[in-house]
Design a protein around this ligand. Structure first.
Ligand SMILES: N[C@@H](CCC(=O)N[C@@H](CS)C(=O)NCC(=O)O)C(=O)O
Length: 202
């Protein structure tokens, strides 16, 4: 199995987290985003939108989209399942993957990109800060009721949220999260998990 990705990429990190949870390694093919290797014809043949990650199985099957890859690996690799069997817990997991994708990660990345590339457009940063407030408040209320987004266990919902949360802290935005005590406690549980540490190079 080959994973075409970049170790700094949030989407690649979701896939690496699932692999680490399962105790599996893929052959990692580094796609250098600074050299635009994601736009080469060879990579676009695997990922038609010219981004990472893409997964290639030994039988030649190729797929892309990080959340789809995460679901696929969770379903097909043996080991600890990251998808609840209880239908309501499953619904919550999918709901919070949707919340991450629709309302959180795009806003968080507005801040992260400005800081990461040192462009520091304060207008964009302010928009991102405003944008993450609601999803953080929403999950804070939910996390008052249970330790993880879908229940008592770490699931693909945490896999989806973790890379963006990690970057918010990494670029010095702890103050955005700190008023949300339940999110802080949850993040301690998530970020101390060996799979997350491994996937994030910690
Ligand atoms: N929806 C895609 C998004 C992939 C994506 O945007 N990847 C970023 C890195 S996290 C990328 O390759 N960026 C480089 C570019 O946009 O050229 C997924 O979940 O896999």
């Amino acid at each position: 199995m080959k994973l075409y990705g970049n170790p700094m990429s949030t989407c690649t990190r979701k896939v690496l987290t699932v692999l680490a949870e399962k105790g599996r390694e893929a052959e990692f093919i580094n796609i250098d985003l600074s050299k635009h290797e994601q736009k080469t014809p060879a990579h676009v043949a695997r990922q038609p939108f010219g981004v990472v990650p893409a997964l290639e199985l030994d039988d030649g099957f190729i797929m892309y989209e990080s959340r789809a890859i995460a679901r696929f690996l969770d379903r097909t690799l043996p080991g600890n399942s990251l998808t609840p069997t209880d239908p309501k817990a499953y619904a919550l997991m999918e709901q919070f993957i949707g919340v991450e994708q629709s309302y959180f990660s795009g806003q968080a990345m507005k801040i992260v990109m400005e800081r990461f590339f040192n462009t520091n457009n304060e207008e964009n940063i302010a928009k991102g800060r405003e944008g993450v407030k609601r999803p953080l408040a929403v999950i804070d209320a939910e996390l008052a009721k249970r330790p993880f987004l879908a229940g008592n266990d770490f699931t693909l919902a945490e896999v989806s949220w973790a890379p963006y949360m990690e970057y918010l802290f990494a670029v010095g935005e702890k103050d955005l999260v700190a008023p949300h005590k339940n999110v802080m406690a949850w993040w301690e549980r998530v970020s101390s998990r060996p799979s997350v540490k491994k996937a994030f190079g910690k």
